[in-house]
Structure formats: structure tokens, C-alpha cells
Write a protein of this length. Structure first.
Lengths: 182, 909
């Protein structure tokens, strides 16, 4: 008998407790955001929309080496190498199909020039899938992004305008093949 | 055979090899740089170190360079030994000290032997922090890019270019760590085989400049096993495609034909496939109305209905396409598309190599001959790969001398040293100087008739029962004696001749020499050059047809009104016959339908033009000059990138047209059906079904992949057209898949290999993994079947022609060939055009003096009723009484052996 009374009292208590807990939420700090009115905080290393960055001199960083495309597990990157007058490589076109992209970041890891970078931006939604195909104009940004000081051509042995052979980092003057000294 | 013990395991190997060859042949990975299967060992790079032990009880051992150590019986070695591994890691670290930080912007990246070996050796961190040595590059012409910083000083380039290919303008300069591989000054690399540097160089010093324009990585291309259409040699190639364009051509190893090397026409002459002016849709020329396939077939059937149709085939089209045309028009009305003289000569050559007294040497086998007589052929220009093989037969003397002194043939530096430049005898008889003269024991120039007389005299000198040549000059008779003596003294003499001069008596002379060598019991061979990629195949196809099947006969028949309609397959008639005759025939025909892949002058005059596939978009079979039937496979499907492109194989068009005319559905839906039908109708071609595995061939139930498994961008490459990806194109014609799905490794034996790749081996050195022994033959057998090894019969002696005696005031016109320019298709490729000579007329120095003209002066001359104006090129070698015209260059009419020029004088401006 007493056992069943205690049972009812305990049941009553838990009901009340649940009511208090639930209505208590009305006075707590919100866990959800009023997106899109309120902006979302994304950490700087968040892997979102992909961009192509420029080197500190303002030139395109991408040298069209194709490593990002090779690393891409869904094959959503395609590009074509071209060359400027002075021998710089650059992508003639650079296309990312964001309707396929899984934002894994392997392209960024593979990039030897830190050109391709993932940014804290996920706001990519479109009404048409075709609009998720980004061309170079859509990808290339004006700044350096991460690694603000890195310039591949200062390290590479390739000669370009303003950087002849021997002028890269840790390079000796070109050998004079016709010199007689030992 | 020898038994060697590698890391405790026992193997049977060829004791004549070195340890590196032996290990690679066994499939064991030993890193190496300076060694190359075709170039031998010099021990320059120290990368292939292994540990050798005196016997099974020796535990200390010593490091040896495996490429310099013979695989003697009971050798005990270790590849996995810690000290050997550390040594190899140090070597690659040293080699990489000066290597620039270039891989992302290097055309070699992705198929780089240095990358492969660096990964194999485990060097993954550069510890060197000091300054790197640099070099200034050179401009080496339109084919080869130069980036000397990347050099690791393995010396392969000069060993290939100078020693193997006989080039003189690439050398090594400087000393110690500053050696420089290049020319004395900037300039075009002269060798016709310079393109092989891109594959011989293990790093990115020499790369393909034609590819760099539209570059992409090897892993991003679709490949297919293909056959070069540049000449009749039948070299195996591996063309790569990306975004609907052929991007580069790499060598495809065929141990019986081209093994590791191609000529520059074959490697760099692919640009015609990518031309924007190619026919891409069926076109009614008059109204410029382009249409779809069904409309085009209805249109064509309407035009051809109840007409008497004549078909002109082509020696540059596949057997299947020619056969489909023959089916369309009927055997009686099918013509070869070759000029009368050329067809007769090719037929004579076919008869000679099929039933003549001597077997035909394969190109690889040419290298094993030890005395060569080249009669009337400028091989470097007409069948360049044979010229490279002849160099090896001349160099065979060095190996012979070395072997007599107990030096193994792979010991390249020692072999060369002991031989001191000794060469096997090569005799060259030609109309003008050739690029093989530097290896010739003797080279002689004469007019074609006199060359033939020399040939007949050689035959007589070998076997006196052969007819003698009356009235031969004493020096020619002596030369013939010396040639005969050298051929008789040789173990395996070789005779090379061909149809390039258009002279029948030269072929007769070759037959006489062959018979004479046979009569003297020599183990001799013959090699006869024919003009085009499928000249031999077409000749076999027409072998049993009566009547004259030449292009002249066809055109005459049209002009005479015996036919109403003309169907022309992949043939520019203006390159074959007199332009007036062609004009007359095209005007006389009520209907002209051209099926071609180039916008030729003939195609311009077609009423209906149907876009055919080039070698890159279609499959087919070619027969090379040795009678080897080889299949080429479609590289890519152009409609995948642009559905408006309606390019189809010639045989698909012609068969569909025939069945539209007959009101039946098409029968041939795949290549195998056409090939089988062709083989069934032509018993002489029965072997072509065996030339390659049929479309049902599978490995482990899989198709074979056209693209490497890292092929990238599949969901993006076409996304600009539509984000909705279509199904990959299907290929009913071959066992290959248009993608990376399918088998692509080296573990299973197969003949048809689209691209060389094996795990860890991305560079062309991956061919090691497909061979029975490195540098030998493919494990599954070399591709292709030889059709012309018929019963050997004696030939009747031919009689020598009269001596060359031009009528006063006339000059015989001899054709001069150019590797860059004389072949129709490659001459449409932009890089080749940069190397093409300007049209000229060549004449002998004495003639020029007599006429009072200087080099470069504009000359006027009459050729039949055509007037030509060309700049003079004075040759110190050309015989008197002849002038030379460059074949196939713009403004040069088709030439025959009877072409005579008159009225040569300096043009008044």
C-alpha cells in the first residue's frame, strides 16, 4: 500500500521536475542561432568554399600542376595548364564542381604553392545545380589567404620575368660553361 | 644460364647479363639512372648499388654497382641489405642536392624516373640548405624544351644522341659538378630522332615542347595502343588525349619493331588531329549545309542511288575502311588510290617479300645484321626508324670486337673504347647525300637508272650467273665488287631498297641481289620500303584483282563517262595525279562524295563531305612494310566533349551508306565484324583477325583501362557543358574502356598496352615490367602478325636497264624526301611546319655553274605543261642530268619516274 503511494508521489515529482526543466529553458542562453540574421562563427581552419589565392606580389599562385585534381577523391577539379610569355605556368581554366565537392581538404594539402585553400564559408546553396560549377573567375581571390609570405617562384628554379636563373632562394649564379677554371 | 642468390632466394638468370638486368628481368626493384636497356651500362650514377658476397658463408660482403657486375653463376647478392639501402639513399640525396624545386612546373612530373627512384629509395627530406648550382638553358628548336637545372649528370642523353643516334650537335661541356649537356650554341637539334631524348632523360631536362603548349600530366590522359601513320615502318605509339585533343605521343614498346625509339615525325607530327579546320559534321559543300548522320546518309544514298559508282581507296586509310569502300562499290569498281607507277612498284615489292628468295627483316632484327647495302633509298627521310636501326647494325661491329676480347656487350664504355669507332660495312647508293652517310663505308650518288645498274652489277658480282651489266664504268664495277665482297664476307647481310624513287628497275635490281645472295647460301635478309602507312595492306587487298587499279585508271574511267559517281576515301587526289586530270574527273562526275579527316583540296571539291576519324578517333588495321598487320585503337570519343562532332570511322560511314542504299539495317556494329568480313573475303589477309585481341578480351573479367587509375577531374571536366554527367562512352570495338576502370597493371600478360605503368613505375621505364627480359620482347608476345612470310621461291633474273642518258636540254626529275614535310598529314601539324624546308629545286653544282645560277636564285622550269618557279638549292652530291624536287611540299606537283624538266633558266623578276 505504502509502496504504491510512494510510487504515485514520485511520479508526481518527476512530472513536475520535467515541467520545470522544460520551462526553465525559456530563461537560458539560446543554443541555436537566428541564422541567417545572426552570422555563424566558423573557426579559421574550417573547410568550406574553395578559393584560389594570389602570391604576395599579386600574381596567381596556381601553377596548374594538377596535383589538387589528382588528390581529389571525387574528381571535381579540372584545369588546363597554360604559360605566360615569361614562362610562368598558370591555369587557362580552373573548374570546381561544388555539387560534387565533399570539402575534404585534400586539394589544399596537395597544393605545393598554397594556391588552393578552403575557407570558412559554407554558404554555397543554389537553386540550380549548374550554378554550383565554379570557374576560375569565381574562385580567384585578391589576397594571399593562409601563408601570406609564400611565393613559389622565389623558391623554384624556373626562370621568370624579373627572376633569371640563379636569382631564386639558395641559388648560385649560373655556371659559365665555357669558363676554364677548374 | 646462371644461378644467382638474391636476399637468400635462388633464381635462374641469363649469365651474359649484368646483375641489374638480371634483377630487373626477375621483377625485382633496383633503382638506377644511367643504365638503359638500349644504351648499356657505364656505372656513372652509383644508384644501383647492391651488396655482393663471396659465397654463402660470407656475412660481410661488399657494395658493388649491379649494372657493372656480371651475373656470374653462384653469385650471392642482397638488395635489401641495410648498408646497401643506406648507400643508395645517400646517392639519391647527393643527386638531389642541386635539383631545383620544380616538380609542380616541370613537364616530366608524373612520369619522371627521378621521382620514381626517389620514392623507391625513400629519400623524402632535403637536408641540404646551401646554394644550388644553376645553368642557363638553350633554345633547342620547336620540338624539345631544355631545363638544365634539373640534370643529374647520368650521361644518358649524350650516350643516346651521339653514340646511339649518331647526332653530332649535342655534347657535354664543363667539369666536375658543373657539367652541361647541350649544344655549342642555341639552335635546333639536328637529329631526326631528338624526340627520344624526352624519354631517355630520366628527369625533366629534355621535355616535349609540343606537349608543353597544352600540357597535362600523364595520369590525366586517355591512351590507346596505336600505330604511327607517318610512314610504312609501323612503329607502335601511345598517343595521349585530354579534353578532346591529342596531347602527346609516346613510344609504345614493341620488341620486334621500334622497341624504345621513334622518329620526330612520328612523335611530334600529331597536330593534324587537333586542327580546328577538320571536317566535323557531314557537309553539303555547295550550300555549306551541315547535317546529322541520318540526314547525311539519306542525302548520300539519294545522290548515289542508281548511279554507277567508282570508289577510290587510300594507302593512308585502314584495311577496314578500304574494305568497306570495296563492299560499297563492288570489287570491280574499287581502285587503290595509289599512282600507277607507285602501285606497280608496291605490288612488285609485295611479291618480292612474300615469295622472293629472302625473308624480310623486322626493324628490330635489322640491328642484328652485319653488312648492309642501301639501294636508292634515303631512309632517314622515307622510313626513319629503319635508319636508326641501321646505325645499330653498323655499331654491331663494336660488340663483336668486344666479345672477341671477352668484354660483355652491355659494358658500353669499354665496348666503345676497344672498337675505336669500327663499324660494320654499310654501303649507300642514293641520288643525293643522305643523313646516314657518316656511317657508310662507301656512299655513291647516281641517277635512278644508274643506281639500278649498280645494283644489277652487285648481283652479278655476288653470283656470276646473274646478268652482267653492259658498258658499266670501271669504278662502278669495282665498287660493285667491293659491295659484293662485303656482303659475302658478312654473317648476315641485309639489303635495303624501296619504292621512293619510283624506279621499277631498282626493285628488280634488289630482287636480283636477293636471289644472288640466296644462291650463295647466305643467311641474308631484305627490307623494302613502301611509301605509306598502309600501302602494303592495300596492295595485298588488291593482289588478286585483275586490271589496273591505279588512281589514273580510276580518273580516266570517270572522265570517259563510265561512271557517274565517285566516292573517295581519305585521299587527296591532287597529291597522286596530275591536277588537270583530277579536275577533269571531279568535273565529269555527277556526284563526288569524300570521306576524310582533313580539309584537303579534294575534299573542297566534294559535293558531300563525310567526316572520317583519324587514327585517334577510330580503330583499324594497318600492314607495315615488313607485312606486319597491326591494329590501332581509338584513343578518345570526340562526341563526349562536343555532341555536335559527328566524326565516325571511314568503315562505319561507308557500311552505313551501303546499307542505306540497300534499304537494310546495318550489319557491322563493331570492328571485329568488319575485320572478320575482310579476312573472309581476302584469304591473304586472313591473319588480320589475329593482329590484336578482339573486343571480348578481358583480364580477370575486366576490360582494359585507357586511363591511369589516378585520372582526375571526371566530374568537372565536362561540368561547364552540363553538370549532369553523361555515361562514359562505350566502346564496342575493342577491349578497352574509355576511363580508368579496368585492368592497367603489368602483372597479367597482355600485348596491347595503352600506357606503361606499374606500381612505383610511372616513367617509360615501366616497360621493364612488361618484358620477358629487360629490353627484350613483351611477355605476351610482340603485337602484330606477319602476313607475308609465304613460301620462298626463286625469282627469274631481271635484266639491267640502259645507262642514264637524258636527252639534251632535259633533266630527269628525282623526288627528294623530307622527314618533315613530305608526308601529307604530319605536314599539317604546326611544329612540323616549323621544320619544313621551303619548296626548292635542287641541282648539281656543275649544272648550276653551267646555267650561271647561284644558291637561292629563282629558277623557272617546265614540268610537262606545268611551269614552276622555285629557288635553286645547289647540291654538291646530286648527279648530272637530274634535278631534285621536294616531294609533297606546297606547289610541287606529283612526280613520276618519267617526270622530265625542260627549259631551266633563271627567272626574270
Amino acid at each position: 500500500m505504502i509502496k504504491s503511494i510512494l510510487h504515485v508521489v514520485h511520479g508526481f515529482y518527476t512530472q513536475l521536475r520535467s515541467l520545470v526543466m522544460i520551462f526553465g529553458h525559456a530563461f537560458r542562453k539560446r543554443d541555436t542561432l537566428q541564422y541567417p540574421e545572426e552570422p555563424v562563427y566558423l573557426p579559421p581552419r574550417y573547410r568550406g568554399r574553395i578559393v584560389l589565392t594570389r602570391d604576395p606580389d599579386g600574381e596567381e599562385r596556381c601553377v596548374a600542376c594538377n596535383l589538387c585534381a589528382a588528390a581529389c577523391p571525387v574528381g571535381c577539379i579540372s584545369l588546363q595548364k597554360a604559360e605566360t610569355e615569361d614562362g610562368r605556368w598558370y591555369p587557362e581554366f580552373f573548374r570546381i564542381n561544388f555539387s560534387r565537392c565533399i570539402f575534404c581538404g585534400l586539394c589544399e594539402e596537395a597544393c605545393p604553392t598554397t594556391a588552393i585553400q578552403l575557407t570558412p564559408d559554407f554558404e554555397l546553396a543554389e537553386y540550380k545545380r549548374q550554378d554550383l560549377v565554379y570557374e576560375k573567375e569565381d574562385l580567384l581571390i585578391a589576397g594571399t589567404g593562409k601563408n601570406p609570405d609564400y611565393n613559389f617562384y622565389r623558391v623554384s628554379g624556373l626562370a621568370i620575368a624579373g627572376k633569371p636563373k640563379g636569382a631564386a632562394q639558395n641559388e648560385a649564379e649560373p655556371v659559365n660553361v665555357k669558363g676554364l677554371l677548374p | 644460364m646462371a644461378t644467382i642468390h638474391v636476399d637468400g632466394k635462388q633464381y635462374e638468370v641469363d649469365g651474359a647479363d649484368n646483375l641489374l638486368q638480371a634483377c630487373l628481368s626477375l621483377g625485382l626493384d633496383v633503382p638506377y639512372f644511367c643504365w638503359h636497356p638500349a644504351l648499356g651500362s657505364v656505372g656513372a650514377c652509383r644508384q644501383c648499388a647492391v651488396k655482393q658476397y663471396s659465397d654463402e658463408n660470407d656475412t660481410r660482403g661488399r657494395l658493388v654497382m649491379s649494372c657493372m657486375t656480371p651475373a656470374t653463376d653462384n653469385s650471392w647478392i642482397s638488395i635489401d641489405d641495410e648498408e646497401a639501402k643506406a648507400f643508395r639513399a645517400s646517392v639519391i640525396e647527393w643527386l638531389m642536392i642541386n635539383h631545383p624545386h620544380d616538380c609542380p612546373v616541370c613537364e616530366e612530373g608524373g612520369h619522371c624516373h627521378l621521382q620514381d627512384m626517389t620514392v623507391m629509395t625513400g629519400h623524402n627530406q632535403r637536408r641540404y640548405r646551401f646554394s644550388k648550382r644553376t645553368h642557363v638553358n638553350q633554345d633547342l628548336g620547336p620540338f624539345i624544351a631544355h631545363e638544365m637545372n634539373r640534370c643529374i649528370a647520368c650521361y644518358r642523353c649524350v650516350r643516346y644522341y651521339k653514340d646511339y643516334a649518331g647526332g653530332t650537335d649535342l655534347g657535354v661541356f664543363g667539369a666536375h659538378d658543373e657539367v652541361y649537356f647541350g649544344r655549342v650554341e642555341d639552335g635546333v637539334l639536328e637529329s631526326e630522332f631528338s624526340g627520344n631524348l624526352t624519354e631517355v632523360c630520366p628527369t625533366g631536362v629534355f621535355t616535349d615542347k609540343t606537349h608543353s603548349e597544352r600540357y597535362n600530366r600523364k595520369w590525366d590522359m586517355q591512351f590507346a595502343p596505336s600505330i604511327c601513320h607517318g610512314c610504312s615502318a609501323g612503329c607502335n605509339i601511345s598517343p595521349g588525349e585530354r579534353y578532346g585533343e591529342i596531347r602527346r605521343i609516346e613510344n609504345r614498346f614493341n620488341g620486334s619493331v621500334n622497341h624504345y625509339f621513334l622518329c620526330d615525325r612520328g612523335r611530334f607530327g600529331y597536330g593534324y588531329v587537333n586542327r580546328k579546320d577538320r571536317p566535323q559534321r557531314p557537309l553539303l559543300q555547295r550550300s555549306r549545309l551541315s547535317m546529322g548522320i541520318d540526314a547525311a546518309l539519306d542525302q548520300a544514298a539519294g545522290l548515289l542511288n542508281r548511279q554507277r559508282i567508282l570508289g577510290i581507296g587510300s594507302p593512308r586509310a585502314s584495311l577496314e575502311s578500304n574494305f568497306a569502300l570495296r563492299e560499297l562499290v563492288g570489287a570491280e569498281d574499287f581502285y587503290s588510290g595509289m599512282a600507277r607507277e607507285e602501285l606497280a612498284n608496291v605490288n612488285a615489292i609485295r611479291e618480292l617479300i612474300q615469295h622472293g628468295p629472302l625473308p624480310t627483316a623486322s626493324i628490330r632484327d635489322i640491328e642484328n645484321h652485319d653488312a648492309v647495302f642501301v639501294l636508292g633509298e634515303d631512309l632517314t627521310q622515307t622510313a626513319a626508324r629503319i635508319a636508326l636501326a641501321l646505325r645499330q647494325s653498323a655499331r654491331g661491329k663494336a660488340t663483336e670486337i668486344a666479345e672477341a676480347a671477352g668484354i660483355q656487350s652491355w659494358h658500353q664504355a669499354a665496348v666503345q673504347n676497344i672498337a675505336q669507332g669500327a663499324l660494320n660495312p654499310v654501303f649507300i647508293a642514293s641520288v643525293d647525300s643522305t643523313r646516314l652517310d657518316d656511317i657508310a663505308a662507301e656512299a655513291v650518288r647516281a641517277a635512278p637508272a644508274d643506281l639500278a645498274r649498280l645494283g644489277f652489277a652487285v648481283a652479278h658480282a655476288i653470283d656470276p650467273s646473274a646478268p652482267a651489266v653492259d658498258g658499266l664504268e670501271a669504278d662502278a664495277r669495282e665498287l660493285a665488287g667491293r659491295i659484293a665482297e662485303a656482303l659475302l664476307a658478312a654473317r648476315r647481310p641485309l639489303l635495303v631498297s624501296g619504292a621512293s624513287l619510283g624506279s621499277r628497275s631498282l626493285i628488280d635490281a634488289a630482287a636480283n641481289i636477293a636471289q644472288a645472295l640466296k644462291n650463295r647460301g647466305k643467311d641474308a635478309s631484305i627490307s623494302m620500303v613502301v611509301p605509306e602507312a598502309n600501302s602494303m595492306g592495300l596492295s595485298i587487298m588488291l593482289a588478286d584483282e585483275p586490271g589496273d587499279r591505279s588512281v589514273e585508271a580510276a580518273l580516266d574511267a570517270v572522265v570517259e563517262g563510265r561512271y557517274d559517281a565517285l566516292v573517295i576515301l581519305e585521299n587527296d587526289l591532287y597529291r597522286r595525279a596530275d591536277s588537270q586530270l583530277v579536275d577533269a574527273a571531279l568535273a565529269a562526275a555527277k556526284v563526288v562524295i569524300v570521306v576524310d579527316h582533313q580539309q584537303t583540296p579534294t575534299a573542297d571539291k566534294a559535293h558531300l563531305l563525310l567526316p572520317a576519324s583519324s587514327f585517334a578517333e577510330g580503330d583499324g588495321t594497318l600492314v607495315s612494310l615488313e607485312g606486319r598487320a597491326q591494329r590501332f585503337f581509338q584513343v578518345f570519343e570526340p562526341g563526349y566533349y562536343n555532341p555536335d562532332v559527328l566524326i565516325r570511322e571511314g568503315w562505319r560511314w561507308l557500311h552505313a551508306l551501303r546499307h542505306t542504299l540497300l534499304g537494310k539495317p546495318v550489319d557491322w556494329t563493331s570492328l571485329d565484324q568488319v575485320t572478320a568480313a575482310c579476312a573472309a573475303v581476302h584469304p591473304r589477309l586472313a591473319g588480320i583477325t589475329e593482329a590484336a585481341p578482339d573486343a571480348s578480351f578481358r583480364i580477370k573479367g575486366q576490360k582494359l583501362a585507357r586511363a591511369p587509375h589516378r585520372y582526375s577531374g571526371r566530374t568537372a571536366m565536362r561540368a561547364n557543358i552540363s553538370v549532369h554527367e553523361p555515361r562514359q562512352p562505350q566502346d564496342p570495338d575493342s577491349p578497352f574502356a574509355f576511363s580508368m576502370e579496368g585492368y592497367s597493371g603489368a602483372g597479367q600478360d597482355r600485348q596491347q598496352i595503352p600506357f606503361a605503368w606499374s606500381p612505383g613505375w610511372n616513367s617509360p621505364q615501366a616497360w621493364n615490367k612488361f618484358q620477358d627480359e629487360v629490353g627484350g620482347h613483351l611477355r605476351a608476345g610482340d603485337p602484330g602478325v606477319r602476313l607475308l612470310d609465304g613460301a620462298r621461291m626463286d625469282v627469274d633474273w631481271a635484266q639491267p636497264p640502259a645507262a642514264f642518258a637524258p636527252a639534251a636540254g632535259t633533266w630527269q626529275v628525282v623526288p627528294l624526301y623530307h622527314l618533315f614535310g613530305s608526308e601529307e598529314n604530319s605536314a599539317r601539324a604546326e611544329p612540323i611546319q616549323q621544320r619544313m624546308p621551303q619548296p626548292y629545286v635542287a641541282l648539281a653544282e656543275a649544272e648550276a655553274q653551267r646555267l650561271g645560277v647561284t644558291d637561292g636564285a629563282m629558277l623557272a622550269l617546265s614540268l610537262g605543261d606545268r611551269q614552276l618557279q622555285l629557288p635553286a638549292r645547289i647540291s654538291s652530291e646530286l648527279p648530272l642530268g637530274v634535278i631534285g624536287l621536294p616531294v609533297g611540299l606546297p606547289g610541287i606537283p606529283p612526280l613520276t619516274a618519267a617526270s622530265v624538266a625542260t627549259g631551266i633558266k633563271e627567272a626574270t623578276r
